[in-house]
Write a protein that binds this ligand. Structure first.
Ligand SMILES: Nc1nc2c(ncn2[C@@H]2O[C@H](COP(=O)(O)OP(=O)(O)OP(=O)(O)O)[C@@H](O)[C@H]2O)c(=O)[nH]1
Ligand SMILES: [Mg+2]
Length: 246
């Protein structure tokens, strides 16, 4: 593989998962990792530092210390990633729901797209170990987002993605208003608004086995409101302050 890619992984209490994930990613030539840890109480940051020493030059860690947040972590990580000489910048969860073995299919599809989504809701996509309630909620969320925002992707909430440097660099990261998982919807909406070519490749998503989900009631409320703000909001250009910006 001649393409170079940097995978950004936000972590909060993922110490049981991060070694397996990073190990899987290291199997791919040309792939580097940036862990963005939010001062996890379980010591994920230190485990990530050890991985950084074991894979010197390929694994680095950004330790955030204030204003914990999923979106904030990605913004800080993306600003750092854009300073690196890599062709592609990817996003994935740390909880092993996203299989590192499937990364090459996202990287390959990026040869013909600005943004590639590792998607559950395309032919060949699968979800393993979800209760019915999660299936219904996720399917509903995607129908809702597509109907309100008119984004054409089938899996708008997947966090397994690969961006070309140019497409990522063109996003107004400091204007984003959401911080929970809606941050993913906001990024996708902006790429769609800019007329980017968005491709989807099937993935098998596996429910986390270790650690806990961070999806809170506040995050769900934000998810319900965000599509409407994106579709009809006038606040797109309000600059948003981030912390720890490199
Ligand atoms: N840095 C950082 N990472 C976070 C934060 N919240 C969640 N994450 C990470 O974001 C990724 C997705 O979080 P999850 O809790 O797995 O959320 P989810 O995948 O939507 O929900 P589940 O299906 O229940 O696992 C994981 O790698 C988390 O560790 C945060 O506040 N800061
Ligand atoms: Mg998860």
């Amino acid at each position: 593989m001649s393409v170079s890619a940097l995978v950004i992984i936000p972590t909060y209490n993922e110490r049981a998962n991060i070694p397996t994930l990073v190990g899987g990613l290291m199997a791919h030539e040309g792939v580097r990792v940036l862990v963005v840890d939010d001062n996890s109480p379980d010591g994920t940051g230190q485990v990530a530092d050890e991985l950084g020493r074991a894979h010197a030059g390929r694994v680095s860690v950004l330790h955030r210390t204030s204003n914990r947040g999923f979106g904030r972590s990605y913004i800080d990580g993306m600003k750092l990633a854009l300073k690196e000489p890599v062709d592609l910048i990817c996003q994935m969860d740390a909880d092993l729901s996203h299989d590192p073995a499937q990364l090459p299919s996202l990287l390959a599809a990026a040869a013909h797209a600005d943004l590639v989504i590792g998607a559950r809701y395309v032919p060949g996509g699968r979800i393993v170990n979800w209760p019915l309630k999660r299936h219904v909620l996720s399917r509903f969320a995607n129908m809702y987002i597509r109907a309100v925002t008119r984004v054409s992707a089938h899996d708008c909430t997947s966090g397994y993605r690969c961006w070309t440097r140019a497409a990522l660099a063109a996003l107004p990261l400091d204007s984003f208003f959401s911080d929970g998982y809606s941050f993913l919807v906001e990024m996708l909406f902006e790429a769609h608004r800019q007329g980017r070519h968005i491709a989807e490749v099937p993935i098998t998503f596996v429910e986390r086995r270790e650690g806990e989900s961070k999806v809170s009631r506040a995050v769900l409320i934000e998810s319900a409101i965000t599509p409407w703000r994106l579709a009809y909001g006038s606040d797109r250009r309000q600059p948003r302050r981030t912390t720890n910006a490199p």
